[in-house]
Design a binder for this molecule. Structure first.
Ligand code: SF4
Length: 348
């Protein structure tokens, strides 16, 4: 029994009224104090454990000369330990400019691969080895080659959410924040856009070029429905609705604005409005709370959770730095071809 519990019970027993209370009520009071203290102890233990792990990670980071990059969809504890938190484009840029020996990528496989392609001399770690993006698996390099044969005059634009092999077969990559400019930068009038059909259709709204979308999608954004919008608008009538371009066209039509994740954070912090409904993976709300605590943000759908992005935890990051595993590598030939497509994107 800890000191806090003993003093609570002692306080009650010394209370003048305590003798007058029915025995069954006394028993309930003592039981409540015990239960309360057990929960209190659990919370204290957990936060101690988190702090210890965070300290250990900082020590290892120093020792390994490492940089921790985390996507906006990671759990709050991971975002808090990262050197840079951002969207795919920000992290791709960071991966190409950071000076360190080791990059720890808290995200999913294609992001760590991109970091590896841009930093062949660095050790790139993906602490949650099984964290993969289902959308990136929806197209293969063979399928890109087949598309090229079918549409020989078209440029191939690959969202960064693709495998290294697919990037290697592409003319240029893009992210949700630069996709429109990437398509504009191309000479070709016909563009194969893959793998996300929703982002492709969104880009087509701003382009006179013929966009040929592949039929992939992100299950997190694609399952946000117009019903979710109606409910959220009803619950928060004064809030502005921000959605990600990976959402379905009919959801984008109902929004005030469509933005990438970093675009959303900037918009929430700089717009005069006070309340926002956020139509993307719920992990982003942590950055919004940190960067502009005076604003109120609601998730458009509480179901918008990417289980793959949530696989990474502090223990995995700590182990990864300790053991320098799991390490991500990309075969040199593929990496050289994919690098051209990524670097071309970074110049747009
Ligand atoms: S949120 Fe969507 S696009 Fe991002 S990793 Fe998860 S499944 Fe892939």
């Amino acid at each position: 029994m800890n000191l806090f519990l003993r003093s609570d019970i002692a306080l009650w027993c010394n209370c003048l009224l305590f003798d007058a209370i029915d025995t069954r009520v006394k028993f309930t009071i003592v039981k409540c104090i015990i239960l309360h203290n057990r929960e209190y102890k659990k919370v204290v233990n957990k936060s101690n454990m988190t702090e210890n792990l965070q300290d250990r990670i900082l020590q290892l980071k120093e020792k390994r000369n490492a940089t921790i990059l985390a996507h906006n969809y990671q759990i709050p504890e991971i975002q808090d330990i990262a050197d840079i938190v951002g969207d795919s484009l920000e992290l791709a840029r960071a991966a190409s400019s950071v000076e360190c020996d080791v990059v720890v990528f808290c995200g999913v496989d294609f992001m760590a691969e991109t970091a590896c392609i841009l930093n062949p001399e660095k050790t790139v770690l993906l602490p949650a080895e099984e964290a993969c993006c289902p959308m990136a698996q929806m197209i293969t390099a063979d399928e890109v080659r087949m598309l090229r044969r079918r549409f020989p005059d078209a440029a191939v634009v690959s969202y960064v959410n693709t495998t290294a092999e697919v990037k290697a077969e592409s003319d240029i990559c893009c992210t949700s924040s630069n996709a429109i400019n990437v398509v504009r930068s191309l000479e070709q009038e016909q563009v194969i856009f893959l793998p996300d059909k929703n982002l492709a259709n969104y880009v087509a709204r701003f382009s006179s070029k013929e966009i040929l979308p592949w039929q992939g999608f992100c299950f997190v954004h694609d399952r946000i429905t117009t019903d979710d919008v109606i409910k959220a608008r009803r619950a928060h009538p004064n809030a502005k609705l921000l959605v990600h371009p990976e959402c379905r066209p009919e959801v984008i039509d109902m929004a005030d604005i469509a933005l990438s994740t970093s675009g959303m954070i900037k918009h929430v912090c700089s717009a005069p409005d006070k309340e926002f409904i956020i139509g993307t993976e719920t992990g982003i709300l942590h950055q919004m709370e940190k960067k502009c605590p005076e604003k109120i943000c609601y998730p458009l759908s509480s179901q918008a959770i990417c289980t793959n992005m949530k696989r990474t935890d502090l223990v995995m990051v700590c182990d990864s730095l300790k053991l320098l595993k799991p390490r991500i590598t990309v075969p040199e030939k593929i990496a050289n071809m994919a690098r051209k497509a990524i670097e071309r994107m970074l110049t747009v």
